[in-house]
Write a protein that binds this ligand. Sequence first.
Ligand code: FAD
Ligand code: NAP
Length: 334
Amino acid sequence: MTAVHSTRMLILGSGPAGLSAAIYGARAGMAPIVVQGLQPGGQLTITTDVENYPGFRDVIQGPWLMEEMQAQAEHVGAQMIWDTIVEVDLSERPFRLKGDGGTLYVADTLVIATGAQARWLGAPGEAELGGKGVSACATCDGFFYRGKKVAVIGGGNTAVEEALYLTNHSHDVTLIHRRDSLRAEKILQERLFKHHGINVLWNKEVVRFVGGSDAEGLIGIDLKDTKTGEVSRFDVDGGFVAIGHHPSTELFAGQIELDEGYIKVKPGTALTNVPGVFACGDVMDKVYRQAITAAGTGCMAALDAERFLQAQDFPVPEDAELGPIAAGESIAAE
Ligand code: FAD
Ligand code: NAP
């Protein structure tokens, strides 16, 4: 028996983009289903302080913000499903997608909000020492390095925030960057440079992560000076890779137009080249990649989907309830 969910609007992803699309879609009477993926709440669930999401004078916490967005989406009638889509067929409408347990999703419109995932360096030792000293998430793993020596690799907002966060656990934090200037926002740079517990190593590239015994895990990182070419060992207990993210679009390759891996949308809209498929958030945004822009484009995707359905003679029923409403129809089939 295969479980089948049939809906007018299927949303892939439960970050700020997917949940904003869910709020607008539900309020438009489209009873959206949100497939949450492996990271319910998205990237903000792995950070702490969020200071630039409008509406909050005080610093708020990323996981809390995402819980509130999900609660709001559910309150207006969106249905959350904890599943991950592993197969997509966009060749005809309704679109058919499969979850990793075999559940089938049949959707009149599809909103892709699958966001982005951490990028890795690909240096020798990185994969082998994953979880044994090498990580891409300081807020998840920083606690294990209490009182130890840690390094963060990267020069963007994430790297600087991770370095600042790690000072909660370690008095010996080093930021390693391949150039001589950071691309992080000025306010974050100021905090970093003022912090006595953080050193910066400029113009250094990672050559390899070096492991000791099984019990020791990571013991050092070999670094190459980009100016002199000299390679030296940097002794360290924890290495946090924070070199950006890549869009989660592997599922759609060959079925939808991409631009440098990001889903291509018609400028000023959330329309992809496949009628009935819309994209929002980091998965289609190689420039801004902020929670607020993800939320804004999520709203656009839901409104574009609603207009698409109206134009396709799939009008929202006049008796569709607004506010808390029944979510997408779910049936069981052979
Ligand atoms: P994401 O948040 O990446 O969510 C993607 C969703 O898609 C997830 O729920 C995932 O489970 C789901 N998904 C993926 N694949 C599948 C699949 N196959 N099936 C179903 N679901 C799937 N921005 C700010 O504005 N302010 C900040 O302070 C800030 N701090 C940050 C700190 C860190 C450490 C990081 C990494 C990012 C930070 N950002 C911040 C950026 C911000 O988090 C992103 O711009 C935003 O989360 C993008 O939202 P999104 O909904 O597009 O995607
Ligand atoms: P990013 O801005 O793309 O920065 C990536 C950093 O990693 C850059 O400094 C880059 O170096 C470096 N890098 C990339 N590849 C590398 C490699 N192979 N070896 C060594 N270094 C490498 O990524 P991010 O910091 O993760 O930020 C992603 C997005 O999320 C951005 O839009 C950011 O604004 C947003 N974000 C916002 C906040 C916030 O608002 N507080 C917090 C976190 C993230 P170069 O500089 O030399 O290119």
